[in-house]
Ligand binder design. Sequence first.
Ligand SMILES: [Fe+2]
Ligand SMILES: [Fe+2]
Length: 445
Amino acid sequence: MQPKRLIVTYAQDRTPVHQDFLACLRTYARSRRAELVVVPGMYKNPTSRFQEQYEEGEWAEEVEPYLCDERRQLAPNLVLYGDIRVQPTASRPLTGFEVFCSGHSAIIAHPKRALETVPTATRMPRILSTTGAVTVPNYSATRAGKRGDAHHILGAVCVDIDAKGFYFIRNVTYDAKTKSFTDLDRRYSADGVKKAPRAAALAYGDIHVLKWSKDGKAEAGARKLFDLVRPRHVVGHDVLDFNYRNHHDTAFSSRYRKALLLVEDEVRQTCHWLRDMASWGTGDHEVHVTRANHDDAFDRWVEAYDRDRDPINAPYWAQRFYDKLMGADNLFASEYKRLCGEVPVHFLGINEPLVIKGTNCAFHGHKGPNGSRGTRQAYVRLAVKVIRGHGHTPGIQDGVFDLGVFGSLDHGYNTLPSSWANAHCLIHEDSKRQLVFVIDGRVCA
Ligand SMILES: [Fe+2]
Ligand SMILES: [Fe+2]
């Protein structure tokens, strides 16, 4: 099929456009040879201060050349629903579309940013995404209106479709301070396109070293993203899989096959990979490892070690047990220091904050408030910007961005259907976040 690129946003009727953001969108469309698509939406606002300027069902004339109110099949598995108008005050604009958009991914125009990754019977999950808006906030003085106003995003989704039909969906957000938006390594403004400053951070989807993909494409794509944006900080979740003594291995046959594996080997390989990653590029980025459940499996193994069931690991266990007695509370951290201490990596302590450009990056996501199980909803209620790992299912809801996974989408225990995907989150220098999927070893086309 013919490769194509689009940038899709939403415009409310009887509402002025944000001139600067529209200029940025035009720059993007021109420089990337992308089609600018504006989906028209309607909203009744009797208290609108723009009431007199427009007729009912009229859109700002600047967006008229780009309006699209039709359903368009953009790729074999991707549909743009220009014909569906979701109330702009809807708090969960994608609700119900999982079933409605059966069999394909979908873009639904809406001023609130949201993204869901929906399970499928293959390892290719479907993505549902909203767009953000090009019109200024214009909501009624009601509870729903005020909430809509608070979640209104000047933004769009970039869609790249390659000749094989693979598609790449990336959200972009306008930054009022720089009067621009950033997509990957490029900053688009009314004045043109420039190389973006280094990204503030790249939070990788759960890393799980040793759970690599067979073809290596997911890992190659993750590395390409690093080289593209040259982040100042890299955040890693579930870096140590602890696969050799994994709590997911409940079957005796699996434990039998792993009986002769040395925990020390996996810890060493993981530490070496982490050291290499901390040296990527010019090595002037800071690496942070969150306090995650798979890393903690190392400590739990030492605490609950059964020498009769696992004699081969007895010498290593004895040394690490001694470390524990001497006060080590994070064995992955202490082993990294022992094995690779020449290249520093920051291991977060329990409850240690990590805030980068206003986004909290410290929560792995396995724990919720007061030690309960972590759910996305629980983090949404914090009402702060959060990037979270653990679920391996990328998504965006209110202030919460959920990461995907770094390598293989099949960890053995996660049988189909599956919603796991390779996705990472950037924090750009302007503080705006961008979820980036790795498809076929690439992040764009
Ligand atoms: Fe994980
Ligand atoms: Fe986890």
